[in-house]
Design a protein around this ligand. Structure first.
Ligand code: RB5
Length: 146
């Protein structure tokens, strides 16, 4: 497995944790920063990550900003992206099983009720169910550009 990770200044600490966790799991990582707490613009990092993901060979991407909202909304503006912002392990698992999300976002300034690494694992370890969910995803993706 290979993952691309990017964050703004609000996500530096979580990004470090996510990188260490993915590497410990044997997942290849490509990290696009920012590794500084100096203010940057989250759409720039969403774009960098999606462009990298499109090069191919990636299983998923991880995006982090202060809330996870700005960077996930930005990524979801780009074609082919289904970036989820799960609240917990259940939502992370379900977004793979039902939405086949290809990006997962977190908020560096959000207090989660479960460890972010466990939320991430729930996403990674789940499998897309296909069937009626593929039909819904086809409809979802047909909304792009409307
Ligand atoms: C940056 O201060 C902050 O707005 C950003 O990290 C994110 O929370 C936006 O959605």
């Amino acid at each position: 497995m290979k993952a691309v990770i990017a964050n703004d200044h609000g996500g530096v600490e979580i990004a470090k944790m996510v990188l260490a966790h993915l590497q410990a799991r044997g997942i290849e990582t490509v990290y696009l920063g920012t590794d500084s707490t100096e203010s940057v613009d989250y759409p720039d990092y969403a774009e960098k990550a999606v462009l990298e993901f499109r090069k191919g060979g990636y299983s998923f991407g991880v995006l982090i900003c202060g809330t996870g909202i700005g960077i996930s909304v930005s990524a979801n503006k780009m074609k082919g992206v289904r970036c989820a912002l799960p609240q917990n392990k259940y939502a992370a698992e379900m977004t793979k099983r039902h939405n086949n999300a290809n990006f997962i976002a977190f908020g560096g300034r959000i207090e989660y009720s479960e460890p972010v690494t466990e939320i991430l694992d729930a996403f990674i370890d789940a499998a897309f169910e296909g069937g009626r969910h593929q039909r819904r995803i086809d409809k979802m993706m047909a909304l792009e550009g409307k």
